[in-house]
Write a protein of this length. Structure first.
Length: 114
């Protein structure tokens, strides 16, 4: 399986302010996402990487990208074997399983599977 970047998101302590900022800056509008306070960017470009703005899910404000994988739990375990650390264990929302890890240098990356 290829492992493309399939999703990006901004996790914010104040997602409404974050949406307002990027809406004013780039003209983005938003549609509802999988849970309250989580929205998808409507940027008007077909085929672009889905991007969302939502509340914190533990941790601090961050910008994440998600890499497509076949098995989220196995990928998180392999990241740990390579010296990384699981930040957010595998979780399921409708249509996707995702998790977040930090590599050995502390760079935070998400992984997701349909």
């Amino acid at each position: 399986m290829a492992h493309p970047v399939i999703h990006a998101e901004i996790r914010s302590a104040d997602p409404d302010a974050t949406r307002a900022f990027f809406g004013d800056l780039f003209g983005w509008t938003y549609s509802d996402g999988a849970f309250p306070g989580y929205t998808f960017v409507e940027h008007g470009v077909e085929g672009a990487i889905p991007t969302a703005i939502g509340p914190l899910q533990g941790g601090t404000d961050s910008v994440l990208f998600f890499v497509g994988v076949e098995d989220v739990e196995a990928t998180l375990a392999r990241a740990e074997e390579l010296g990384g650390k699981t930040i957010q264990p595998a979780q399921q929302v409708p249509g996707v399983t995702f998790g977040v890890f930090a590599d050995a240098q502390g760079h935070v990356v998400g992984v997701a599977a349909n």
